[in-house]
Design a protein around this ligand. Structure first.
Ligand code: HEM
Length: 428
């Protein structure tokens, strides 16, 4: 399939054509034009044709607008980051981070573990509530784009139930008491009505959050299921941000002689990864034929480039030399560089304390228990990911240029906390 028209399914909602977007942008740049950049117009059009199929003239106009933006000495403005994501393919910079619009979504996690968890919870709740809203509108009179291969009402309901399983624990921590019935969740998890929960989350979102939510869905093609794919990846990424921040704190606490608190941090990382596992069940409802169609246009973007995943992994222990030399780490140069420069890890710091006879057996046992829990939930994560890949791509190669499933089978053997004899580390 070579063009967006080939999706085979009519798009009933009147999406703004390129010419309207051009007019809207010209009006915005004209003296005395509207103050607000026409985000909704650009996004409405992008989602109705797919980012891969944006018209050249429109791309050049957007590029010109980006060049005319004042340079900011600090962080790039939201509009510049937005345009960088829209123009990634045009610039030849398209990759996993730009596909998932991570520069719009993720911020460095707060240093305090509870605040970092709250920030992750709020982000995941917004992402999944928005996914539910998008699913519900698919069967209405004016569905939002992308709308190719719309799901059945049963599929939308199934997705909502699976999303609720991930949302409940986060909602119990982050939302006002009573929004979710804690006693009901404790007796039968996963039964909170999804529609009202999503509506409440979206109703209380700040305008900036609503803009971020909308700007961060930039599918490459026109199929409904790509929205699910993007929101699942983004939910995992916000979770990895929390995990990396909590593990960095765990290393500092251990180094500072506070092993019990360090173990609590490692345990909290295990808990949140476990809570996130049903995201894979949610993504397993993606239709393989939809995925196989839109992934034609995601070539070059793969979660093997996820800096968040490799950061949390490499904070547990220093990866083996073989893994550091493989595409697992050559795909994430800044993370690789930190490791090569001797980044401290939980296991390295822990073993150094043991070697210096500075860890008492009870503290060692607490750390062992937390590390074992994290190891086992991470093994489940990898196995589930592996099975999902088998189902979705079979024997096809990966979009990150590996052989695909054989790569994922091989990484099942790796451990976050390898036994010392198997640990060919660079440092510690
Ligand atoms: C349709 C669903 C998915 C398929 C078919 C799939 C497939 C693959 C494949 C083939 C690879 C190997 C690298 C490559 O060549 O691309 C990979 C790596 C990876 N995927 Fe997925 N994936 C899926 C969903 C996800 C999700 C939801 C996440 C969560 C962020 C994820 C995270 C990762 C990570 C972190 C790696 C790198 C693993 C490593 O280097 O050890 N994947 N995936």
């Amino acid at each position: 399939m070579t063009s967006a028209e080939g999706a085979g399914t009519a798009i009933p909602s009147p999406a703004p054509p390129a010419v309207d977007v051009v007019q809207g942008l010209r009006a915005w740049t004209a003296p005395g034009g509207p103050a607000e950049f026409p985000y909704a117009l650009v996004l409405g059009h992008l989602r109705s044709v797919g980012k891969h199929f944006l018209d050249d003239g429109l791309l050049r106009l957007l590029d010109g607008i980006r060049r005319s933006l004042p340079e900011s000495r600090d962080e790039p403005t939201f509009l510049r980051r937005f345009l960088d994501v829209v123009l990634d393919k045009h610039d030849g910079r398209y990759d996993y981070a730009s596909y998932t619009a991570l520069s719009l979504l993720t911020r460095p996690a707060p240093a305090d573990r509870r605040e970092a968890l709250r920030s992750r919870d709020e982000a995941v709740l917004l992402l999944l509530a928005d996914l539910m809203r998008f699913g519900e509108r698919a069967s209405g009179d004016t569905p939002d784009a992308p709308h190719g291969m719309p799901p059945s009402a049963e599929l939308v309901a199934k997705r909502a139930r699976l999303a609720v399983r991930v949302m409940e624990p986060a909602a119990l921590r982050a939302l006002a008491p009573g929004v979710v019935d804690a006693a009901a969740v404790a007796s039968v998890p996963g039964r909170t009505p999804g529609g009202p929960l999503a509506a409440e989350i979206l109703r209380s979102a700040a305008p900036e959050q609503t803009l971020v939510l909308s700007a961060s869905v930039q599918p490459v093609y026109v199929l409904h299921d790509e929205y699910l794919f993007l929101r699942t990846l983004q939910s995992f990424e916000t979770t990895f941000t929390f995990m990396s921040s909590a593990l960095a704190t765990a290393v500092r606490l251990l180094d500072g002689g506070r092993p019990r608190e360090s173990a609590e941090h490692v345990g909290a990382v295990a808990d949140v990864l476990k809570e996130s596992l049903p995201l894979f069940s949610l993504l397993a409802t993606m239709r393989p034929e939809a995925f196989q169609t839109f992934r034609t246009f995601t070539e070059g973007a793969s979660a093997i480039q996820s800096a968040g995943y490799k950061t949390f992994e490499s904070l547990c222990s220093t990866p083996s030399l073989a893994r550091l030399a493989s595409s697992a780490y050559t795909s994430v140069p800044p993370v690789r560089e930190r490791v090569v420069n001797g980044q401290a890890t939980v296991q390295g710091t822990w073993h150094a304390l043991i070697a210096a006879h500075r860890l008492d057996p009870a503290d060692d046992a607490a750390l062992r228990a937390a590390a074992d829990r994290l190891e086992s939930v991470h093994q489940r994560w990898k196995q589930t990911h592996y099975r999902l890949a088998v189902r979705m791509i079979g024997e096809r190669s990966g979009t990150g240029y590996t052989q695909g499933v054989p790569y994922l089978a091989a990484v099942l053997e790796n451990r976050l906390f390898p036994a010392p004899d198997r640990h060919s580390a660079l440092v510690g």
